[in-house]
Design a protein around this ligand. Sequence first.
Ligand code: ADP
Ligand code: MG
Ligand code: MG
Length: 211
Amino acid sequence: GSPIDAAFVRRWLDTAATVVEREAAALTELDSPIGDADHGTNMRRGFVAARTAVEQEPPDTPGAVLVAVGRQLISTVGGASGPLYGTLLRRAGKQLGDEPAVSAAQFRDALRAGVDGVAQLGGAAPGDKTMLDALFPAVDAMSKALDGGSGTADALAAAAAAADEGAVATTPLRARKGRASYLGERSIGHQDPGATSAALLVTAFADTARE
Ligand code: ADP
Ligand code: MG
Ligand code: MG
């Protein structure tokens, strides 16, 4: 497939920041019955800071862009999602090293390393009703698509579809990690905000590849 370079990841950041802005109210709404009604605000603050930082000093490798975004999320987002998304993107970026352009398979490997980092940091497993319920299926679907011969855009589209499905499938789950877990049984019946934002971020990659 077509290589993923710094410009690609910067276009992703623009798309992601725009989508987060557009969906901020909806994300906060999801975080209100099973959280503290700040997920949209948290994500918006993080992505505004990340976009500003990357515009001011544009990194010239895809890995360095991801690391820069991750760093901003960690330092500006107060909630649990900041360090978790920050770890995802920093790990993924570090895994890419200083290559000027990477293949879809290398990118998939980097995402997998990032998602494993989130699982390590937060101690959540699949089915715990967290962002991982969108992220794990996304990486698996991307892998499957690449193994089947798909190019970058199709593989990312498969990842986005799986992330969406994973986010929707969090609704009947009982939360076992994060604030929502304090509600026990009462967390059932609500879609997880972090899984929803994760699907938005993966979809932004798919949209970037289709442009
Ligand atoms: P906070 O809960 O601190 O207010 P946010 O509202 O920004 O932070 O983010 C909440 C989201 O973070 C949840 O919907 C969930 O997807 C994710 N999350 C929380 N704890 C964990 C964890 N331990 N592992 C993975 N994801 C988590
Ligand atoms: Mg919250
Ligand atoms: Mg909070």
